[in-house]
Design a protein around this ligand. Structure first.
Ligand SMILES: *Cc1c(COP(=O)(O)O)cnc(C)c1O
Length: 675
């Protein structure tokens, strides 16, 4: 893209307009976009849906995201168009942002994990069964936990807790689970936690108290005696094997959790003294979340299985090896395992590594194969929900570069600024992009100095900015990254992006049959400079996005929906209420085997009143105090009534931006609607 200086050899040094036309000739010479040839398949590749989506997400021929609720077993007519779900939920009164849950996906995940282990066990001739538990910390939502217990009851699937409230909810949910399901009690424990776990045993739950610290043993022995309940005890081993990624920072010898070799030996000795060695039945370890490779997994398992065999040799009544969580998700679809965003193995490879390695070590030690337990959280719940939110406007970052401004009045510039201007002009004519970037910075800097000295007017400063933007666009150095303003709080809904830089696939859920002409980053609603998403899978600093279009019915931009995928684990409970943006609405969508879907429940997100209450304010008091103020300044007539109604309806609405049509209150509980 060379600027043809021959077009206007006599160009006036300060004539913005003539430079403009020169550069525009060249801009018009760029080939027309190939929008006409764009198909949904192009989008599938562009947004890597073909990499991270299978078997649950794809792009359909209408250019919308299609959800495949039964994974690989989904028949074409059973696919669910996500845009239709959003429209249905909106028609039920749900405001965005919206979490759409697909319990069928949850069931498919659970069954896939179970069958991966079943087939690994069968093909290896392993001598015991697999019996998983779901660590509720990954997502404690009532429906999620209840669904997992129900879907897993056919294969003794259990739960894992890491705190007292988690244990209480796990006990209550397991009342309708398999009687053989395990209830693994992890986490740091006080006497109350231990007593709850012991009482659980009395109530015929298969609770296992996993010692996280050596001191917990005394508490267990003591509480067990007082309550007259003999515990089943597990040990969490602190492995030497270290997982080097972010999620492995608690692993290795200096890790935060578990017992060292010396501590394990002391616990065994003490259990022997109290004639309780038969209580020790489980060995637990957790290398860390998002284990990157099967070689690291195998390393950890060899070490743990060897400890298991040693405990057996010391007379413990060992039955279970619990390999913890860490089964990873390939967020960026790269299958590389070279960052926290990706893992290099499949579910089957994971299961077969676990089974083979445990078998190998136990056979070597002539120890009976233990039952294998795993605590996969991320791998069970990540896929089951999609967060849908809207982009409400787009603009150039900080400035509206598309609007042409007047040419700067060069005579008014300081000597320094004028020199920079002349150099920039010359560089632009020679199409020296790098130099243009440098010189626009230089020119702007000089002019701001002059402005601060009081020697340049605001209009003149704006004209210089406009000129710089114009040059950058014309020579093609401007990155043209737009800011898309989204009706969302990153802190509430994607806290791990803010907290640890975790990336999730984020893409438009419709218009995928159109070529996205722009690139943008996402800027959220909060008044916080961290409230933005400017990193995307595939090491991108911006996302290809579509230009917002006018709503055909008038009244601003038509809805442009984006989805955040694979975020079903951890994001919900981690999210805060920064700026008092609270939890999003939730729709629970069940697929019909004959095709179509049913919205089983539609629950509006937290209202302004609820988020105020969470910070100790009392909405009733707020309203009452304001009523007195209104009476004082507006009186007590009809006008005052209108003001008060405004306050009270605001308290009932969600804090997010409301679309004009969707201003009315929430969807309530338990709605059921078919599509
Ligand atoms: C967090 C955690 C898990 C779940 O880990 P995932 O990586 O989500 O599978 C399992 N076990 C323990 C002890 C944990 O702390």
């Amino acid at each position: 893209m060379a600027v043809d200086t021959a077009v206007s050899p006599q160009v006036q040094p300060y004539a913005f307009a003539s430079l403009g036309s020169t550069l525009q000739v060249h801009a018009a010479a760029t080939p027309p976009s190939s929008a006409a040839a764009w198909s949904p398949l192009h989008s599938e590749t562009l947004y890597r849906v073909d990499r991270w989506g299978p078997p649950y997400f794809a792009v359909n021929s209408a250019g919308d995201i299609s959800v495949r609720p039964f994974g690989d077993d989904t028949l074409p007519h059973q696919e669910i168009d996500l845009l239709k779900v959003v429209k249905k939920a909106s028609s039920l009164g749900l405001q965005l942002p919206l979490v759409v849950r697909f319990p069928d996906v949850l069931r498919n995940r659970l069954e896939s994990i179970q069958s991966a282990f079943d087939s690994a066990i069968e093909s290896r001739g392993y001598g015991a069964h697999f019996q998983g538990v779901y660590p509720v910390k990954s997502n404690q939502d009532r429906f999620v936990v209840e669904d997992i217990v129900e879907f897993g009851s056919g294969f003794r699937f259990g739960l894992e807790s890491g705190s007292k409230p988690e244990l209480l909810l796990a006990m209550s949910c397991l009342c309708s689970g398999s009687p053989d399901a395990l209830l693994i009690c992890n986490g740091f424990k006080d006497a109350e936690y231990v007593s709850l776990a012991l009482v659980a045993k009395k109530l015929q739950f298969n609770s296992v108290i996993v010692l996280e610290e050596e001191d917990e043993l005394d508490v267990v022995i003591d509480a067990g005696r007082k309550l007259g309940i003999r515990p089943v005890i597990g040990l969490r081993a602190k492995l030497r094997t270290k997982h080097a990624g972010h999620f492995g920072s608690t692993s290795g010898e200096k890790g935060k959790f578990g017992l060292t070799t010396a501590q394990i030996l002391r616990v065994v000795k003490k259990l022997g003294q109290f004639e309780m060695l038969d209580c020790l039945q489980l060995l637990h370890f957790h290398v860390g979340s998002q284990i990157p490779s099967t070689s690291l997994l195998a390393d950890g398992i060899v070490e743990a299985a060897q400890i298991y065999c040693e405990l057996f040799r010391h007379g413990a009544a060992m039955q279970f090896i619990d390999v913890g969580g860490g089964l990873g998700i390939d967020y960026d679809g790269s299958r590389s395992g070279d960052s926290d965003m990706s893992v290099s193995y499949s579910l089957h490879e994971y299961a077969s590594t676990v089974v083979k390695t445990v078998a190998f070590v136990c056979d070597r030690n002539s120890v009976k194969h233990p039952m294998i337990c795993s605590e996969s959280g991320r791998a069970i719940v990540s896929h089951h929900s999609v967060l849908v939110f809207e982009a409400v406007s787009e603009s150039f970052n900080g400035d509206d570069k598309q609007k042409r401004t007047d040419s700067p009045c060069v005579e008014r510039l300081s000597d320094d600024a004028r020199a920079a201007y002349n150099s920039l002009y010359a560089a632009a004519m020679r199409n020296e992009r790098e130099r243009c970037v440098f010189l626009t910075d230089e020119l702007k800097g000089r002019c701001v100095e002059q402005f601060k000295e009081g020697n340049l007017e605001m209009e003149e400063l704006a004209a210089v900015d406009g000129f710089c933007d114009f040059i950058e666009n014309a020579v093609g150095v401007s990155d043209e990254i737009m800011a898309y303003h989204v009706n969302l709080s990153v802190f509430t809904s994607i806290p791990d992006f803010w907290g640890i830089g975790q990336l999730f696939p984020i893409i438009p859920i419709h218009r995928l049959d159109e070529k996205p002409e722009l690139r943008g980053f996402l800027s959220d609603l909060t008044c916080d400079s961290d409230g933005k998403i400017d990193k995307f899978i595939g090491s991108e600093a911006s996302l290809p996005l579509h230009k917002l279009v006018e709503d055909t019915g008038g009244g601003g931009a038509a809805a442009y929906y984006l989805g955040m995928f694979l975020g079903g684990a951890y994001e919900e409970a981690l999210g805060g209420i920064h700026n008092l943006f609270g939890r999003p609405s939730v729709a629970r969508v069940v697929a019909q085997s004959s095709g179509g879907f049913v919205v089983k429940s539609a629950v509006a997100g937290a209202s302004c009143g609820e988020v105020l209450r969470a910070m100790g304010h009392r909405p009733e008091t707020v309203l009452e105090t304001l009523r007195r103020r209104v009476e004082e300044f507006v009186g007590d007539g009809g006008a005052a009534g209108t003001v008060m109604e405004g306050f009270s309806s605001c308290l009932g609405n969600m804090p997010y931006l409301a679309r004009a049509a969707a201003m009315k209150g929430g969807g309530g509980d338990g709605d059921e609607a078919e599509e």
